[in-house]
Design a protein around this ligand. Sequence first.
Ligand SMILES: Cc1cc2nc3c(=O)[nH]c(=O)nc-3n(C[C@@H](O)[C@@H](O)[C@H](O)COP(=O)(O)OP(=O)(O)OC[C@H]3O[C@@H](n4cnc5c(N)ncnc54)[C@H](O)[C@@H]3O)c2cc1C
Ligand SMILES: *[C@@H]1O[C@H](CO)[C@@H](O)[C@H](O)[C@H]1NC(C)=O
Ligand SMILES: *[C@@H]1O[C@H](CO)[C@@H](O)[C@H](O)[C@H]1NC(C)=O
Ligand SMILES: *[C@@H]1O[C@H](CO)[C@@H](O)[C@H](O)[C@H]1NC(C)=O
Ligand SMILES: *[C@@H]1O[C@H](CO)[C@@H](O)[C@H](O)[C@H]1NC(C)=O
Ligand SMILES: *[C@@H]1O[C@H](CO)[C@@H](O)[C@H](O)[C@H]1NC(C)=O
Length: 469
Amino acid sequence: MFSKLFSVAALSFFSLLLATPATSHSVSFNEADYDPSHVVTKDFLVLGGGASGTYAAVRLKDHDKSIVLIERENRLGGHTHTYIDPETGGTTDIGVLVYHNFTTTINFFKRFDIPLTTFVGDGPFESKYADFATGEAVPNYTPPDFLTGFRKYLQTLAPYPYLDYGWNLTYPVPEDLLMPFGDYVTKYGLEDAALMIFTYTQSQGNIFDQPTIYVAKTFGLSNGDAFVNGYLSTAHHNNSELYSKALESLGSDVLLRSHILSLKRSDSGVRAVVSTPTGNKLIKAKKLVSSIPPQLSQLTGWDLTNKELQLFGQFNNSGYWTALVTDTGLDNNISYTNVQPNTVGNVPRLPECYGVSPTGSIKDVFHIYYGSPSSFPDDQIRNAMIKDINVVQKLQGVSMKEPKFLILEPHNPFTCAVTPQLIRERFYEKLYSLQGKKSTFWTGAAWHTHDSAMLWRFTEGLLPTFLGQ
Ligand SMILES: Cc1cc2nc3c(=O)[nH]c(=O)nc-3n(C[C@@H](O)[C@@H](O)[C@H](O)COP(=O)(O)OP(=O)(O)OC[C@H]3O[C@@H](n4cnc5c(N)ncnc54)[C@H](O)[C@@H]3O)c2cc1C
Ligand SMILES: *[C@@H]1O[C@H](CO)[C@@H](O)[C@H](O)[C@H]1NC(C)=O
Ligand SMILES: *[C@@H]1O[C@H](CO)[C@@H](O)[C@H](O)[C@H]1NC(C)=O
Ligand SMILES: *[C@@H]1O[C@H](CO)[C@@H](O)[C@H](O)[C@H]1NC(C)=O
Ligand SMILES: *[C@@H]1O[C@H](CO)[C@@H](O)[C@H](O)[C@H]1NC(C)=O
Ligand SMILES: *[C@@H]1O[C@H](CO)[C@@H](O)[C@H](O)[C@H]1NC(C)=O
């Protein structure tokens, strides 16, 4: 399990398909301009149908609230994505893979009758190491004692259990949490755990440059239990089942392939003009729960306040892409991890791939994960991935033909992060103070961290706030 986990993507993010710039002056908020079937009146408008938004929608209905859920894609799930091989029906989860064993996790899967099991990877595969930056094999690389290093890392985080629940920080924020993670590794002698942490926090760019707090939130104390008792995953190896069953249960309350064109919020409610496949709809709701990344590029058509503009404008992001390739000629039983000689913990510098590994469940299909501290056009990443596959082909002595991409998924922009100085200056306190203003409530990774189980627990904890209890 461990070696498989080590070779899979940990945490990351989703494609930015910008809504065409909303021309707020061209849409009407006048009910008379709409066919009555295109006027939707609900208690809650929930925006974004990934982990947090789907959870919020389901639980608000449990509390007898009427909802409408707006999702841009033609499915629910966000970063949860299962590839199904058209020929064999074999599945491989190319997004979210594993969950913490929290009560909220167990209950959420149970209500949809989806069996969970302790996660077992597809391997074991033979592990090999290469420096993808130079294309050289690193034959003498011996993995350090990750588990001992990891325990030591967790001990350093013991004073901060609250990090697993949100951004309820103590002030002044301990400087240890704000220093670059590279300094933290050196300070506490965590070199042996560095490569493992790097692998689990994929999507955060060069983690040694990242303030420690972001690393600790993505991969912190909750993972301690998982290393003893294992992570949970779906027994069917099909994490998307959760979201297709949620979609079925929410029924016509979900508008897929839809996005906000214009939004007007006040203390007494919200009104939104939403583009849907069957034309524009006018939505009138008492409250809005937004679970999408609160980035200005995603919030076109919103009536943002100065405070929202200022806070959301301070988020920065890394780049993260995942792909499945075939027709590579590669060995189905060898997984390659990117390591760099002569760096602390042999952690590679990005942009580069994290590694290339067989899916195991689908013959001749390989995962490739690629990270960058900043954004790049997808075509450029595709070429970089081809170069990385060529590296492995060369190392295995197979012909260097161009791989066929079954899927290339950008998860950008991913982790919303701000500078240590802003955190010191109570950025997150200011962010959380937006909760409830102008009938608007917030959840999702930017408000906590990129972890499905933690986001369900976090969203559950916010329900009384959403409900006004
Ligand atoms: C490759 C990968 C592997 C991962 N592995 C794991 C794992 O093993 N375990 C784990 O716990 N976590 C994992 N994660 C992290 C994942 O759990 C979180 O990132 C989680 O999905 C975040 O949930 P969210 O609700 O904040 O956002 P999302 O799940 O991204 O949901 C946001 C939703 O909003 C939609 N949306 C965005 N903008 C708009 C808009 N303007 N209008 C309408 N809809 C919009 C999006 O399409 C999306 O469906 C992984 C992530 C990636 C990318
Ligand atoms: C989750 O944790 C509970 C309590 O520790 C345990 O009883 C249960 O077996 C675990 N579930 C799975 C599927 O491992
Ligand atoms: C694949 O490699 C692993 C680890 O070296 C080994 O245990 C396993 O038997 C191999 N499987 C096959 C089919 O060769
Ligand atoms: C935040 O932390 C403070 C002090 O540690 C605590 O009193 C409070 O209950 C916490 N709030 C939440 C919402 O967790
Ligand atoms: C996986 O789940 C999806 C969504 O529920 C479903 O359409 C598909 O048939 C499932 N496939 C397998 C192999 O379980
Ligand atoms: C975001 O982070 C990248 C990489 O760390 C950095 O190059 C860039 O300047 C940052 N952008 C902003 C707006 O802070």
